[in-house]
Design a binder for this molecule. Structure first.
Ligand code: HEC
Length: 198
């Protein structure tokens, strides 16, 4: 009997040790600034790439009105799944000074960075590829999002939008502020938060 208890105890201790290892792994962190930039770039590119290909596919299949549906259903889940793609990713968010979906509205920290990029854009200065903040617990990586030609069918001027797209947007997003953009405009940021180790 005591042999069995011993076995159970040993198993429990073993499980505890493996779990501690696994738990530490599930909260993996990044140490150097260079590694943070590299990982954040990879997460950003993969997220923005998947979103763009979903969008292009939906537009080719059923035009921009159909793609609005895909965009509103897929943008959030894609953001969540990309955020979980690596254990050191503590957050992933698209934000803008003029949002379509209010749940993408910037917090105070993001607003400051948005203002910084917007002022660079306003003075026609070259947009940096990214901006990195190093804090005690986290790295905050921000990638500027620029308006490209395919974006204009849903973020262009009211006059340039197809009437069915305009109507659908008004129906789904009565407080939409994300219209009126032109090619090359600064649209917003992708904010990636990475856990920082010491
Ligand atoms: C088919 C229409 C459509 C196209 C094309 C489109 N978007 Fe959007 N965009 C949307 C919708 C709908 C939302 C709101 C998504 C949601 O509900 O989360 C959105 C949200 C966003 C957001 C998040 C901030 C906010 O306003 O809520 C950004 C940033 C953005 N779009 C940038 C772009 C860029 C850059 C492109 C071109 C590469 C693009 N969009 C193309 C429809 C579109």
């Amino acid at each position: 009997m005591s042999g069995l208890i011993n076995k159970i105890l040993r198993l429990a201790v073993y499980t505890l040790i493996t779990c501690t290892g696994a738990c530490a792994q599930s909260l993996a962190s990044i140490e150097s600034k260079e590694a943070a930039i590299e990982q954040a770039q990879a997460v950003s590119n993969s997220f923005l790439g998947s979103l763009k290909s979903e969008l292009v596919k939906a537009m080719a299949e059923g035009g921009p009105k159909n793609a609005i549906d895909v965009c509103s259903r897929k943008a959030m889940p894609l953001t969540e799944s990309s955020a979980k793609s690596a254990s050191y990713v503590a957050g992933l968010k698209r934000t803008s000074m003029r949002v379509r979906n209010l749940s993408n509205a910037p917090d105070e920290r993001e607003l400051k960075v948005l203002n910084h990029f917007a002022s660079l854009a306003a003075s026609n200065e070259e947009m940096p590829q990214y901006y990195l903040q190093v804090e005690k617990e986290n790295f905050h990586f921000y990638k500027p999002i620029i308006v490209d030609a395919p974006c204009l069918s849903c973020h262009g001027t009211k006059a340039s939008l197809a009437p069915d797209v305009l109507a659908e947007l008004a129906k789904r997003y009565p407080e939409d502020q994300a219209l009126g953009y032109s090619l090359g405009d600064f649209r917003g940021l992708l904010h990636v938060t990475l856990r920082r180790g010491n």
